[in-house]
Every structure is written in C-alpha cells, then in structure tokens.
Design a protein around this ligand. Structure first.
Ligand code: FES
Length: 122
C-alpha cells in the first residue's frame, strides 16, 4: 500500500488509478450485436436487448458497446447475439432469451468464457 504524505501524492495516486482503469477498459473492450431483423423481433430480440442493457447498467460495465443489426439469415436461431471480446474471434449465440443473455453477459462478457451450449452451430 503506497504511503500518502501530501496532497501531491494523493493526486498522483488518483491519476495512476485512473490510467490503470482506462487501460483495463480498453483491453477488456467487448462488442455485442443483437440481430433485430423481422424474425429477431418476432422471436423476442427486443427483450434480449433490454436484458443486455440492464446488465450493463446494473453491473456498471464500461468498455462494452452494444449495437443492433438487421437480418443475418439465420431465422430459426433468432434471437441471435454476437459477442466479440477484445481481439478474440466473433462468437454467435442463438435462441438468446433474456435469461440466456444474462448468462452470456456474466460468463462471456464479464468472465471471458464462451458459453458453448448456446452457440449457433456453424
Ligand atoms: S428476418 Fe429471419 S432470416 Fe432474416
């Protein structure tokens, strides 16, 4: 634990902590894409998206970007969610209910482990 002897020390420590936090959010950056084509919406993609945004808000996650896309041609797997964590390859999940979305957020986006049981076979 560093010793703080002056206000300058305190400021320096604060800046170092902020820099570390920035580095973490940059390297831990995740991109989540929810398919919101006609089928996706019919299958409940809005609720899936809502669940993802709620987790981000509740857990106060930073460095997570959520976007939506149109049809990706995999009707029977809707709602579809794609996740990219850092430099890792894109992972496509199918039939993502709000419950599954919360699990994906917990295990993959926060924990870094792909949830293999929800993968779209490809
Ligand atoms: S909207 Fe269903 S496959 Fe495109």
């Amino acid at each position: 634990m560093p010793v703080v002897k002056s206000l300058e020390d305190l400021k320096r420590l604060k800046e170092e902590a902020l820099a570390k936090r920035m580095a973490r959010t940059t390297t831990g950056r995740a991109q989540i894409t929810v398919a919101m084509g006609t089928c996706g919406i019919a299958a409940g993609a809005r609720d899936t998206m809502k669940a993802i945004l709620e987790v981000i808000e509740q857990e106060n996650l930073t460095g997570v970007v959520v976007t939506q896309t149109g049809c990706i041609g995999l009707c029977e797997w809707e709602p579809i969610v794609q996740v990219v964590v850092g430099d890792e390859p894109k992972v496509t999940y199918g039939k993502v209910s709000p419950e599954r979305a919360r699990q994906i957020m917990r295990e993959h986006v926060q924990g870094g482990r792909v949830v293999s049981e929800f993968l779209v076979p490809g």
